[in-house]
Design a protein around this ligand. Sequence first.
Ligand SMILES: Nc1ncnc2c1ncn2[C@@H]1O[C@H](COP(=O)(O)OP(=O)(O)O)[C@@H](O)[C@H]1O
Ligand SMILES: [Mg+2]
Length: 300
Amino acid sequence: MRLVVLSRSRNLHSTRRLEEEARRLKVECLVVNPLRCQLKVSSTGPEVFVYGKKLEGVDVVLPRIGTSITEYGLLVVRHFECMGIPVVNDSDSILNSRNKFRALQTCAAKGLAMPFSVMSRSLSDIHAAYRMVGSFPMVMKLLQGAQGIGVMLGHDRSAVESVVSTLLSFDKDLILQEYVKESAGSDIRVLVVGGKVVAVMRRQAKSGEFRANVHRGGWGQNITQLPKRYEQLALAAAKAVGLEVAGVDLLESSTGPKLLEVNSSPGFQELEKATGINVAEKMIQMTMRKAAQAKKRRRR
Ligand SMILES: Nc1ncnc2c1ncn2[C@@H]1O[C@H](COP(=O)(O)OP(=O)(O)O)[C@@H](O)[C@H]1O
Ligand SMILES: [Mg+2]
């Protein structure tokens, strides 16, 4: 079995861990930089070239596409799909999750719990947005941010309006969202792999910070017993956007779990550290199961 991990660098922790576990499980693993994938289409079908050489004999692809290369990365993932190669996660699910509002729309259609969130394109609509979201402070979020970047807190009208008007003037859309103050400075990261919860941690933000992201100085604590409602919400969110591997962020509100976002290429260094669970192994095993099933189907 030949696995391709699409990742910009073998030095990234999660990529290195995936390569390590694949080797241990005796899976041939190639790490390929999506930006070095040359995509060819013709009447004979789609082909991928890496450093000028045709990439052949691939059984399954595990994409780790960073937010900075979403557009090209998604075309690369789609190319493999068009070649009939199974991909974990597929390009539609990555697209669904990459835009935070698109993900919330999809999950709202399934009736999943989330903070009140509003998008509008005109500053004139901002007073209506205040009424929908509720009270200050409120959260302002860019659609494409990650690692806490692009997530801001607006304490009053003038703070919110100056950010909103600046961003709209640069044609940047943003979400106004209810601030779930009960869970200020912490959230729950649930890792879903193949329709199952494989690891969970509570992330705690560093002091003075409301964003619990590890990249913003947050750290993970093990949770031994995740309440059923949290598990169900995380699984439903991953399923709604179509992700087989998903890092789901939840808030602990006074009325239960609320969905924040669903990440398609979740890093898992802190998660492995906090829980002691071999996350990379579980991802490789699920990916190989998918490859084996696809092979069986092809033979039939
Ligand atoms: N509505 C909210 N209420 C309270 N805290 C929030 C809210 N939205 C985001 N946060 C905090 O900010 C962090 C980053 O937000 P998130 O939507 O997950 O964006 P990112 O893609 O940057 O991780 C969350 O992990 C959480 O700690
Ligand atoms: Mg997040």
